[in-house]
Design a protein around this ligand. Structure first.
Ligand code: GLN
Length: 483
C-alpha cells in the first residue's frame, strides 16, 4: 500500500476506490508480509465491516470525516474496545479492552479504521521490541535487525507499507527511535497535548502518545485528529494545536542549532552525514545553523532511568493477579501474589521494578530519586536557555542505524545508552519529530537514518513546517517503503 493516508482518503471520497477495497488490500499486504516482519499481535475483527459502513455512508451522500476509510495500526498498549490489549506482557495476555482510549475514540471519529494491534516491548520498556513476551518484530529494511522500540511493531507496519499510519507511545523515545530505525516519521508532542486516557501507563510523567507516517502531511492530519484537550486526562492541556496549517510556513530565517553534546564520536558515519545533509538543505531554504551546548545532558540517561523505573515500580504494582491480570493459583495471598508477578513479568520489567523500588526506598530516595528530579529541572532549564536564541534544536534520533538482534540484550546499560538522544525531551516535556534524512549501507543492506528536531514547549507545529520543507526540498527522497 504505497498511497499515503490523504491520497487514500481522497480516492475513497471521490469513489475512485471503495473503503472496502482499501481495507482488503491492506489485509492482503499484512497476510503476505507480516509472517516475515511480525509487526502485528492481533488483527481487528470488524475492520471490514467498518469499511463497508464508510462506503454505505458515502452512497447515502453523507459527508465523511477527513480520514474516512484509512487503515491505522495501534500499539498494543492502547485500549480499543473489544480488542486484546496485552501491552506486550503475559500479565495482560487475555485482557480485552472494555473501552476506548481517547486517542482511539478520536481516530475512529476522524474515520480511521484500526486494522490491528502492534507488537511492543513489555509495558513499553526497551529500545528494540525484543522485550515483547510474544514475538520478535523484524526491521523491514533488514530482517536480521531490530526495528527499534518500543513501538517497533507500529514502525515496521508503516515502513513496510502494511498501513499508512500508526499510533505509538513515547516515554523516552519509543515513537521517534523506531521511526528513525525504520525510515519513517515519528512525533512526540509537548507533554499534555495528546490525551493519555486509556493508555496503559509506563511512567506517567514521561508518557505521551505519538504518531507515525510516511509523509509529513499524513502525520499532521493524524495529529489534528487525535490531539487537543481531554477532560479525562488531568494532565491534558487546553489549547489545541493546528498541525496541517503549519505545513505551509517557510523555514526562511529560522534559527537552528545542533546540540553539541549529541555530536560526539558515538555517532555512526551515516548519522554524521545525515546531520550535515539537513543543514545543507535547510540553509538552502534560508535557515541558519549554529551549535549550542546543554551541559546537563551528560546526566540525562542516569536521571531518566531513575525516574522511569521509579514510576514503573509504582504503576506496575497493580498487576498482582488479585483484581485482574495473570493470576497464579496458590494456597495463600502472599504466594499467589509473588507467583503471579514472578510468572507474569519478563526480565526487564522485573529489573525496572527492583531498580525503581530501590531508588524510592527510604534512605536512598534523596540519593537517587530526588537528585534525578533536580537533574530533570536542570535539563529543562538548559533547553529553555537554548530556545532563547534558537527556534529549533537538532540531534540524531539514534546514534546509529538499526542494529542486530541480541547485540545489547545481555548488556542493559549499553542498551539504555542507545536512548541518549531521545530521553531528554521526555524529561523536559518537549516536542520532538524524527524524520528520515539518510541511508547507511551495512552488509549490503540499505538502512535508514533519522534526524530529530526539537521545538520549545507548545511550539509543536513548528516541527511540521521544518519536516514539510525538508520533504519538499528533497523530493521525498528519504521516504521510501522498505524493499
Ligand atoms: N527506551 C526507553 C526505555 O526503555 C524508552 C521507552 C519508551 O519510550 N517507552 O525506557
Amino acid at each position: 500500500m504505497s498511497a499515503t493516508a490523504l491520497e487514500l482518503a481522497h480516492k475513497i471520497r471521490s469513489k475512485e476506490v471503495s473503503a472496502l477495497e482499501v481495507m482488503e488490500t491492506a489485509l492482503e499486504r499484512i497476510q503476505n508480509t507480516d509472517a516475515r516482519i511480525g509487526a502485528f499481535l492481533s488483527l481487528t475483527d470488524d475492520a471490514l465491516s467498518r469499511a463497508r459502513a464508510v462506503d454505505a455512508a458515502l452512497a447515502r451522500g453523507e459527508t465523511l470525516p477527513p480520514l474516512a476509510g484509512v487503515p491505522i495500526a495501534l500499539k498494543d498498549n492502547l485500549n480499543f474496545v473489544g480488542s486484546l490489549t496485552t501491552a506486550g506482557s503475559k500479565m495482560l495476555e487475555r485482557y480485552r479492552s472494555p473501552y476506548n482510549a481517547t486517542v482511539v475514540g478520536r481516530a475512529l471519529a476522524a474515520g480511521l479504521i484500526p486494522i490491528g494491534k502492534t507488537n511492543l516491548d513489555e509495558f513499553a520498556m526497551g529500545s528494540t521490541t525484543e522485550n515483547s513476551a510474544f514475538q520478535k518484530t523484524h526491521n523491514p529494511w533488514d530482517t536480521t535487525r531490530v526495528p527499534g522500540g518500543t513501538s517497533g511493531g507500529s514502525a515496521a507496519a508503516v515502513a513496510s507499507g502494511m498501513v499508512p499510519l500508526a499510533l505509538g507511545t513515547d516515554t523516552g523515545g519509543s515513537v521517534r527511535q523506531p521511526a528513525a530505525l525504520c525510515g519513517i516519521l515519528g512525533f512526540k508532542p509537548t507533554y499534555g497535548r495528546i490525551s493519555r486516557y486509556g493508555v496503559i501507563a509506563t511512567a506517567s510523567s514521561l508518557d505521551q502518545v505519538g504518531g507515525m507516517a510516511r509523509s509529513t502531511a499524513d502525520l499532521a492530519a493524524l495529529l489534528d485528529a487525535i490531539s487537543g484537550h481531554d477532560p479525562l486526562d488531568s494532565t491534558s492541556l487546553e489549547a489545541k494545536p493546528q498541525f496541517t496549517v503549519a505545513l505551509n510556513t517557510s523555514v526562511s530565517g529560522m534559527r537552528f542549532a545542533y546540540i553539541k553534546e549529541a555530536l560526539g564520536a558515538g555517532n555512526s558515519s551515516g548519522v554524521a552525514l545525515a546531520l550535515e545533509r539537513v543543514r545543507v538543505v535547510l540553509e538552502g531554504l534560508g535557515a541558519t545553523f549554529s551549535e549550542v551546548s546543554l551541559p546537563s545532558l551528560a546526566y540525562n540517561i542516569a536521571a531518566y532511568y531513575i525516574i522511569n523505573t521509579a514510576e514503573i515500580s509504582s504503576n506496575l504494582a497493580r498487576y498482582d493477579g488479585m483484581v485482574y491480570s495473570h493470576r497464579s493459583p496458590a494456597p495463600d495471598f502472599n504466594s499467589s501474589m509473588s507467583q503471579s508477578r514472578g510468572e507474569g513479568f519478563g526480565l526487564e520489567a522485573k529489573r525496572r521494578i527492583l531498580m525503581g523500588t530501590y531508588a524510592l526506598s527510604s534512605g536512598y530516595y534523596d540519593a537517587f530519586y530526588s537528585k534525578a528530579l533536580k537533574v530533570r529541572r536542570l535539563i529543562a532549564q538548559d533547553f529553555a536557555r537554548a530556545f532563547e536564541t534558537f527556534d529549533v534544536l537538532v540531534t540524531p534520533t539514534s546514534p546509529s542505524a538499526a542494529w542486530k538482534f541480541g547485540q545489547f540484550s545481555n548488556d542493559p546499560l549499553a542498551m539504555y545508552m542507545m536512548d541518549v538522544d531521545t530521553v531528554s525531551l521526555n524529561l523536559a516535556g518537549l516536542p520532538g519529530l524524527s524524520i528520515p534524512a539518510g541511508f547507511e549501507l551495512q552488509e549490503g543492506k540499505t538502512l535508514p537514518i533519522g534526524i530529530q528536531f526539537i521545538a520549545p514547549l507548545l511550539q509543536d507545529e513548528r516541527l511540521f513546517s521544518v519536516a514539510q520543507a525538508f520533504e519538499t526540498a528533497t523530493s521525498s527522497e528519504f521516504l521510501k517503503i522498505a524493499p
